[in-house]
Ligand binder design. Structure first.
Ligand code: UDP
Length: 236
C-alpha cells in the first residue's frame, strides 16, 4: 500500500451524464460507491472534495448578470448538492459518511471542523467536504489542496477523463507518452496544466503529491492507491 489517507478531488462534471441529460447520474454514484468500498477494504481513509460545475459556476453567473461573489456563493451551494447526493449513494451502499461544509448549514451537514474530520477518517468514515473553501474567487481545486494539507493527506488524487499527464496531446501526437512521475518544478517549467496555480502551489509548499488519473477507467483508483502503474504522480 502506497498511501493511506487520500483526498479525492471530484469535479461536478464527473457526476454528470450529458447523454442522458442528468446533472447527477445515480449509476455513476453507484459506481463511485462500489469503488470506495474496495478502497476502504484495502485500508484507505477517504476524504472527498466535490466540485459544482455540473450545476453552477460563478463565472457563468457573471455572464448571466449575477455579480461574481453571488455567483460564487451559488457555485459553492452547488457543491453541497453534489456532496449530499454522494453521501446518500454511499450510505445506501453501506458506507458510513459525514458531510462537512465550509459554509455553515447545520440543518443539513456538519460545519467544517478539522479535528472532527480527522476523527471521522480514523473511524473509517468517508468525509465529504462541501462548499469549497467557503470563499469566493477560489475553486474546488484550491479547496482540495487546502483540505488535503489540513488533514495531512498522503496524496491528492485528481479525478480526470485522461490516463495522466502526457509529453504531448495524445490525441494529436501518436508518439506522446504518459509520465509516470513529474516533479513540481518540471510541471511548472513545462507549463503542464494540472490544477489552478493557487491549488498547485499549496500542494507544492506542503509537499502533498498530486496524482492525475482516469476516474472513468474501472479499478484505476485502486491501482493508483496501490502504487501500481497508473496515472501520473507530481511530487518533489
Ligand atoms: N467556488 C468558490 N469558492 C470555492 C470553491 C468553489 O467560489 O472555494 C465556486 C466557484 O464559483 C466555482 C463553483 O463554486 O465556479 C464550482 O466549483 P468548481 O468550478 O471548482 O467545480 P468543478 O469544476 O470542480 O466542478
Amino acid at each position: 500500500m502506497k498511501y493511506r489517507r487520500i483526498l479525492l478531488k471530484l469535479s461536478g462534471e464527473a457526476l454528470q451524464n450529458r447523454e442522458k441529460g442528468l446533472s447527477i447520474d445515480p449509476e455513476i454514484l453507484a459506481s463511485i460507491s462500489r469503488q470506495f468500498k474496495e478502497l476502504i477494504k484495502e485500508g484507505a481513509e477517504i476524504a472527498v472534495v466535490v466540485g459544482g460545475g455540473n450545476i453552477f459556476r460563478g463565472l457563468a453567473g457573471e455572464k448571466g448578470g449575477t455579480d461574481r461573489t453571488t455567483g460564487d456563493s451559488m457555485g459553492m451551494l452547488a457543491t453541497c448538492i453534489n456532496a449530499l447526493a454522494l453521501q446518500s449513494a454511499l450510505e445506501n451502499a453501506g458506507v458510513e459518511t459525514r458531510v462537512q461544509t465550509a459554509i455553515s448549514m447545520p440543518a443539513v451537514a456538519e460545519p467544517f471542523i478539522r479535528r472532527k474530520a480527522m476523527r471521522h477518517l480514523e473511524k473509517g468514515r468517508v468525509v465529504i467536504f462541501g462548499a469549497g473553501t467557503g470563499n469566493p474567487y477560489f475553486t474546488t481545486d484550491s479547496a482540495a489542496a487546502l483540505r488535503a494539507s489540513e488533514i495531512n493527506a498522503d496524496v491528492l488524487m485528481k479525478a480526470t477523463k485522461v490516463d495522466g499527464i502526457y509529453t504531448a496531446d495524445p490525441v494529436v501526437d501518436p508518439n506522446a507518452v504518459r509520465y509516470d512521475k513529474v516533479s513540481y518544478a518540471e510541471a511548472l517549467n513545462k507549463q503542464l496544466k494540472i490544477m489552478d496555480a493557487a491549488a498547485f502551489s499549496l500542494c507544492m509548499e506542503n509537499d502533498i503529491p498530486i496524482v492525475v488519473f482516469n476516474f472513468f477507467k474501472d479499478g484505476e483508483i485502486l491501482r493508483v492507491f496501490r502504487g501500481e502503474d497508473a496515472g501520473t504522480q507530481v511530487s518533489h
